[in-house]
Ligand binder design. Structure first.
Ligand code: GUN
Length: 292
């Protein structure tokens, strides 16, 4: 039997409709619309596309979505000033600085300058620390998108042998925390899974991936996971967004994995739309906390 296709685009659309309804309820109560500001530094072509999609999605659910563009030679002090202004602006509930930043900018310093109450990306060390401690505020968008997709698809994670391939700050590391955490009232989305985090230096990588009932690829390497690396019937989540000869492809070699998997996310149309939906969810959450 071919794998079940997990339609992230459809699930993300449902979430966006739910958010749009909550925005209308806010407006009916004379509360301001949630405001999301995305800061784009330089001319990275992929970043430009991502940022445009984020603003469009924000505007479609009734947020005030704006993109502030700055040239690649901006001084770090100027960028930090801009963030201080956004921190102080009551109409801005969420701030996202698109990564990567130019090499002369200290990325960690920029992320730490964002008010944690407006950290809708979930990248601030305080936000990540709260996730680690089991009482999160904002969950990083892509890990949260993976978990929401699993929950809304009825795929259980409690006790499930899970292997995450990739240890990035944006996906692998926080996803491992989110999936391994015991659920509590403060953290209902926690996965309760048995998590192994593997990466480019892992020796017996294929042996480990074959042991997984839930396999998540977030390594940024096109087609890295092939059919013989998965357990038949496993759920395979592909977080990769790679550009190969003008085509967007994932970290999973779909042609060889699809016939063996139990369920799989496509690229595009899997985790990508979920990430944007979670950014909207976090921004709504920020607005609700900041302007009650
Ligand atoms: N660059 C690639 N993905 C992301 C993301 O989720 N957030 C930010 N800020 N930059 C990114």
């Amino acid at each position: 039997m071919p794998a079940r296709l997990l339609d992230g685009k459809q699930i993300a659309q449902t979430i966006r409709s739910e958010i749009a309804q909550r925005v209308q309820q806010r407006l009916a109560q004379q509360l301001p619309p949630p405001g999301l500001t995305v800061v784009l530094v330089g001319d990275h072509p992929a970043s430009r596309v991502y940022v445009r999609n984020k603003r469009k999605a924000a505007q479609e659910v009734g947020f005030v979505g704006q993109v502030l563009e700055r040239s690649a030679d901006i001084r770090q002090a100027e960028l930090l000033d801009l963030i201080a202004q956004l921190n102080a602006d009551p109409s801005v509930h969420g701030i996202l600085v698109q990564l990567p930043l130019p090499r002369h900018i200290d990325e960690a310093a920029v992320i730490e300058a964002i008010d944690p109450a407006k950290d809708v990306d979930g990248f601030h060390p305080l936000t990540l620390g709260r996730l680690t401690a089991g009482h999160p505020t904002f969950l990083p968008c892509t890990p949260q998108g993976v978990q929401e997709l699993l929950v809304r698809s009825g795929i259980p994670t409690a006790g499930v042998s899970t292997v995450i391939v990739g240890r990035s700050n944006i996906v692998g590391k926080p996803l491992a925390l989110l999936l391994a955490q015991k659920p509590t009232p403060a953290f209902p989305l926690a996965g309760d899974a048995t998590v192994t985090l593997v990466h480019s230096r892992t020796r017996n990588l294929a042996e480990l991936t074959r042991s997984a009932d839930l396999l998540i690829a977030a390594i940024g390497h096109p087609g890295f996971i092939t059919g013989e690396m998965i357990r038949p019937g496993a759920t395979v989540i592909d977080v990769g967004i790679n550009s190969v000869a003008g085509q967007v492809v994932g970290d999973v070699d779909f042609a060889s994995v699809y016939p063996r998997a139990g369920a799989i996310t496509p690229v595009p149309g899997g985790i990508g739309p979920m990430t944007i939906a979670m950014l909207l969810k976090n921004t709504l959450q920020a607005a609700e906390a900041l302007s009650r």
